[in-house]
Design a protein around this ligand. Structure first.
Ligand code: WTA
Length: 467
């Protein structure tokens, strides 16, 4: 592990709190230039001389030249852990050539990369989006990129648009959760900046509800920037369903069509391929260069998770609908599907209906076991800034979902959620919300949670008695 230590940390070595020899790097005592500055006043991980190396010491001794290490194309490139439905993370292994070829090609075509572009992907670099579309894809294309470490709302909610103007960002890539967060504050903070340089807007990570899509398209892109809603996974290495900007006619909320070489199919529960407009399991029929090669150290698990349910197909774990024009619409993880009185409902559909209400900034819906209906809908809603939750609003929201989707989708519970449990990459941890809905305190591994105080608050505000 290479530790990046702050200036302040160097001046306030951890050794001041505990025996210096054990807790701090000796180089920290030295004043140096060229150090890595981080914002934290004190490193949060204690120094362990057995495994920790000091950046400054290493850089001082390093040569300016770096000979390449020659590798085979199928040698491992990296392992990235992603959550498994059982809770135990899977080490997704990607290899050198296929992954790099695929990220380079998708980056070039999906963002229509041009030499004078300034590209900005807001993802966390430790997430697959940061690997594929901050690091490998853009670098392989020699792209000029903005790297950003910070929050979209700090020091104010115009931060993103300020950066867009400052660096003339032309291609911008973010997650629906960030869009919904910013939507909460209205158009004014966006309008403070011109955003004239923007050409293509991208989204990734979860289904984008049509309301957020429209806001992104109309307010951020002023109706002149195509949106690329890119569907993919840690496992796929790069985009697998995606529009090509300005070439694919868009439909808000649809990831549209497969990328070149990707052959999707929709299967029913018995594994039969469905033709035409249909809904079921999204699978892929042949590999593409960037697909994962194995689960690190567990080939058996690789086969079981992705290939066992429907032999001969790669199973994404996502539900999908194909409409009469052949467009693909991701309906959410299969495990996010709810079965209410025998009707299959996608949580994304209900969330979208809730978020269409002007009082709601963000919504997350989970199933809660119900003795008669099988499952009932338990909804968490984050209100637009300044609004308070009350019975009238609750009734209003229930009515809205009923009207948009149908009586079967009427929520049983609506809980006010000032914050939602999210991973550092912004993904809502529905697994945790399911436990809160059922008042189950054993949450399993929540080490990927960005802010655990949110969870305590949600337990306190639970809105229904246990049945
Ligand atoms: C979801 C992130 C709908 C999906 C790159 C997938 C999406 C999971 C989209 C993978 C999208 C990602 N529309 N859903 N455009 N993009 N997803 O591994 O459920 O963190 O299976 O990779 O995110 O998440 P992961």
């Amino acid at each position: 592990m290479l530790k990046h230590l702050s200036k302040e940390a160097e001046e306030t070595p951890l050794g001041s709190q505990s025996p210096p020899a054990k807790r701090s790097c000796p180089d920290l005592q030295e004043k140096q230039t060229g150090r890595v500055k981080k914002t934290r006043p004190v490193p949060q991980v204690p120094w362990n001389p057995k495994v920790d190396l000091c950046w400054h010491a290493l850089v001082r001794g390093a040569s300016d030249e770096c000979e390449p290490e020659w590798c085979n194309s199928e040698d491992p490139l990296f392992i990235l852990y992603t959550s498994g439905s059982t809770g135990k993370p899977k080490g997704v292994l990607h290899t050198i050539s296929g992954y790099m070829l695929y990220t380079a090609t998708t980056f070039k075509l999906v963002f229509d990369h041009q030499p004078d572009d300034v590209y900005w992907c807001t993802a966390d670099i430790g997430w697959i989006t940061g690997h594929s579309y901050i690091t490998y894809g853009p670098l392989a294309n020699g792209a000029t990129s903005v790297l950003f470490e910070g929050l979209p709302t700090y020091p104010d909610v115009s931060r993103m648009w300020e950066i867009v103007d400052k660096y003339h960002v032309s291609k911008f890539y973010t997650a629906p959760t960030a869009i919904r967060l910013l939507m909460k504050y209205g158009k004014e903070p966006v309008h403070k900046y011109k955003r004239e340089s923007l050409k293509v807007l991208g989204t990734v990570g979860e289904p984008i509800n049509p309301e957020a899509w429209q806001w992104y398209y109309n307010v951020v892109g002023e109706k002149r920037c195509p949106i690329v809603d890119t569907f993919w996974q840690t496992e796929t290495g790069g985009h697998v369903l995606t529009p090509l900007p300005a070439a694919t006619p868009m439909k808000p909320g649809s990831a549209t069509f497969p990328f070149f070489g990707v052959v999707p199919a929709i299967l029913n529960e018995s594994g039969e391929e469905l033709e035409g407009p249909s809904e079921g399991y999204l699978v892929f029929k042949q590999p593409w260069p960037g697909v994962m090669r194995t689960v690190y150290g567990n080939k058996q698990r690789f086969e079981t998770v992705y290939f066992k349910k429907f032999p001969g197909y790669y199973v994404t774990g996502d539900g999908c609908r194909r409409d009469e024009d052949g467009y693909y619409w991701i309906t959410g993880r299969i495990d996010d599907m709810l079965n209410v009185s025998g009707h299959l409902l996608s949580t994304a559909e209900v969330e979208s209906a809730l978020v269409e209400h002007e009082a709601v900034a963000e919504a997350a819906v989970v199933g809660r076991p119900h003795p008669v209906k099988g499952e009932s809908l338990y909804c968490f809603v984050t209100l637009t800034d300044g609004l308070t939750f009350n019975r009238t609003l609750e009734a209003d929201l229930k009515r809205q979902v009923r009207e948009k989707i149908g009586a079967i989708a009427t929520p049983d519970f609506i809980q006010n959620a000032p914050g939602l449990p999210k991973t550092r990459s912004g993904k809502i941890m529905r697994r945790v919300l399911r436990k809160i809905a059922c008042d189950e305190r054993d949450l399993g591994d929540i080490s990927t949670l960005a802010d655990s105080s949110v969870v305590d608050q949600l337990f306190q505000n639970r809105c229904c008695p246990n049945v």
